[in-house]
Design a protein around this ligand. Structure first.
Ligand code: ATR
Length: 398
């Protein structure tokens, strides 16, 4: 696998790359470390009558990713003697990028790259699908195609030189995923444990889910973290559901087995990690959505008394019936107050109880917790919950 750093303005002394590429108008030349000419790149439209071999011919489409088989077929007709066919197209969705990865895996004489933010995974995962080379600029200012990652990011975050055909792929799916820091945590863990695994972020919309699972069928995906709004939507694609997934109807962790995908949920358990014995304690849950369900399940498993409050009282009532716990429109005493809504609930008259622990499961800075702290409550944000669920996911990804 080769990492090409382009364009190189200053020759770095200690950069570990196999090939260097220089821009020379439209014809690019790639050199190896001994500065011998290795390849000549010639653009698809370039009228070249005689050329050096080995040769890379390239095709670019900055708008979309169309029929890849057809593009390759045409290139082969025009340049039958080329060593490599570079196909760089713009990914309008992650599905385009996944199609490119599958295509790359099937064609070892192709250098398949998707441009744009959705296309970054084709660059990160390129060694796993046998791409002969990929491109990475030395600095962000040197980027010459959208979606390129710097060699430092490939090296430090994704441990790119360690990736190969045996590497197993993990990732987070959801919409959006840009805020997720899972790739930092999980890639670090894989590296520390010496695992041949890599973790990427993939934006998948609800309506793309069926095609997503189809696309990754032939790629070595082994595990997935699932975030909003897909936690409930992934259920039809599961072969097996853990008891917690069956009970709460949502999954945040998928593991691939010989039979298919197994779904688990690490959210609720993580929210309560480190809180000690909760049996007999009264917990008020603010909200009655998917996140509330995971937390309520975990609380009831620990024999806590659960009272649900929700903006729409009917939903609180229905949920309390389903889980056989209580609901209230006005609440008073409690030991634990957990905000599972994404709102700061400014308009809700909350009886702040000084000896209570107040938790907001949101990862964002929470003005809800600021108010609780001002009233002398002990407060806890969503970060520790996030880390706990990620640690549990690491166990499931073993
Ligand atoms: P999630 O999976 O993140 O829990 P959800 O299933 O859409 O998302 O549930 C969102 C929860 O947050 C609901 O309980 C919702 O209250 P309603 O049932 O009344 O819609 C609650 N919520 C969202 N925004 C809110 C707001 N501004 N004020 C109060 N509750 C809010």
């Amino acid at each position: 696998m080769t990492l090409v750093c382009a364009p190189v303005k200053v020759w770095p002394q200690n950069l570990q790359v196999d090939l260097y590429e220089f821009e020379e108008g439209r014809v690019k030349t790639i050199y190896n470390q001994n500065r011998e000419l290795v390849f000549t790149l010639i653009d698809w439209e370039e009228e070249v009558t005689s050329f050096l071999t080995p040769l890379i011919v390239s095709y670019h489409n900055y708008q979309e990713t169309k029929d890849l088989e057809l593009i390759l077929e045409k290139m082969k007709q025009k340049w039958p003697l080329a060593t490599y066919y570079k196909i760089a197209t713009f990914a309008t969705s992650s599905l385009d990028a996944l199609r490119m990865l599958v295509f790359q895996k099937q064609n070892t004489n192709v250098i398949g790259i998707c441009m744009g933010k959705h296309g970054s995974i084709t660059r990160i995962l390129s060694p796993i699908v046998s791409a002969p080379l990929t491109y990475a600029p030395l600095t962000e200012e040197d980027q010459n195609a959208p979606g390129q990652l710097t060699w430092k990011e490939l090296l430090h975050t994704y441990h790119f030189p360690l990736l190969n055909k045996q590497t197993r792929i993990y990732g987070v799916i959801g919409d959006p995923v840009s805020q997720s820091v899972g790739h930092l945590f999980h890639n670090d863990q894989f590296k520390l444990k010496g695992k041949n695994k890599v973790y990427v972020k993939i934006k998948v919309k609800e309506q793309e889910l069926a095609q997503f699972f189809e696309c990754i069928e032939s790629l070595p995906f082994q595990g997935l973290s699932v975030t909003a709004p897909l936690k409930e939507k992934v259920l039809p694609f599961l072969h097996t559901r853990s008891p917690v997934v069956s009970r709460i109807g949502a999954s945040n962790t998928l593991v691939r087995t010989e039979n298919g995908w197994e779904g688990d949920n690490t959210d609720g358990e993580a929210a309560l990690k480190g809180l000690g014995d909760l049996s007999g304690q009264t917990a008020v849950i603010l909200g009655a959505g998917g996140a509330a369900r995971a937390v309520i399940y975990a609380l009831l498993s620990q024999k806590a008394r659960v009272v649900i409050w929700n903006r729409t009282p009917d939903k609180a009532r229905a949920l309390s019936q389903e889980f056989q716990c209580e609901w209230a429109h006005i609440f008073s005493s409690y030991d634990l107050l957990i905000n599972t809504t994404s709102s700061s609930l400014e308009e809700v008259d909350i009886p702040w109880i000084k000896k209570a622990l107040v938790i907001d499961i949101s990862l964002k800075p929470s003005s809800f917790l600021e108010r609780a702290a001002l009233h002398g409550c002990q407060v806890m944000g969503g970060f520790s919950m996030y880390i706990q669920q990620a640690i549990k996911q690491q166990e499931l990804f073993e």
